[in-house]
Design a protein around this ligand. Structure first.
Ligand code: GDP
Length: 232
């Protein structure tokens, strides 16, 4: 069974469920039944720029956000077992839409635009906050937001801002430490502890690598638990 120190498992998690899931971080063991989970159907369903374009069918949603180049597209593709569903950043900072990926006709993966890309014009940068906040506010189907941060670096100003928003809106969240393969396994605990401390979180982030797929099972366990969706 999936370990969770924070809250009991619930089919319908409430807003305000505390975010981190330390027990899953770095445990190494795949949660039962999720090893090599195969996703048969995953497709882009909706591309939106404002709430009027968001889906209305009430499937549960999990959202992903992070600094440009953090590895968000790679993570979404790895989670869904696709190579190019989410566009990896050939043009960093150009993704100015909110993309809803329909997964097994049961839930949506919501790809929020990346932040912090220096070469994006000020006018473009100013569109980011209202667009993302427009999604985070009052989005009833949103069950959990994954905040992606590079395992090698201290959280940036942008990372802290989105973390503060998530706390402000009382959203269930999980911080994911991306590109975990870029440091050795021995270095991981130190980096995870530094990220935890910098953000003032109770629990360390969940390490993930799109290269090795480390952390995939752990994140799927969190997603299924948060949404109440059954895949196995
Ligand atoms: P996005 O802008 O956040 O969507 O980032 P991408 O997924 O496009 O990744 C940015 C760059 O980091 C690309 O060159 C990826 O190949 C690389 N990358 C992404 N995830 C990983 C990972 O887990 N490990 C390694 N080594 N590289 C990664």
């Amino acid at each position: 069974m999936i370990q969770d120190n924070n809250k009991p498992t619930s089919a319908k998690p409430q807003r305000g469920v505390e975010g981190g899931r330390s027990s899953l971080a770095g445990s190494g063991a795949a949660p039962q039944g999720l090893e090599g989970l195969v996703i048969n159907k995953a497709e882009i369903a909706i591309t939106a720029v404002s709430p009027s374009g968001f889906p209305t069918d009430s499937f549960p949603e999990v959202a992903f956000v992070g600094r440009s180049n953090v590895g968000k597209s790679s993570l979404i593709n790895a989670m869904l077992g696709r190579k190019k569903l989410a566009r990896t950043s050939r043009q960093p900072g150009k993704t100015r839409t909110i993309n809803f990926f329909s997964v097994e006709d049961k839930l949506y993966f919501v790809d929020l635009p990346g932040y912090g890309y220096a070469k994006v014009s000020k006018a473009e940068q100013e569109k980011w906050a209202p667009m993302v906040e427009g999604y985070l506010q009052n989005r009833a189907p949103l069950k959990r937001i994954f905040l992606l941060m590079d395992i090698r670096h201290e959280p940036s100003a942008g990372d802290r801002m989105i973390y503060d928003w998530v706390k402000h809106y009382d959203l269930p969240y999980t911080v994911v430490a991306t590109k975990a393969d870029k440091i050795t396994r021995n270095q991981q605990p130190r980096h995870l502890a530094a990220m935890r401390k910098a953000l003032g979180m109770a629990d360390p982030p969940v390490p993930f690598s799109a290269e090795t797929r480390a952390g995939r099972d752990a994140l799927w366990a969190v997603i299924l638990d948060s949404t109440g969706v059954d895949m196995v």
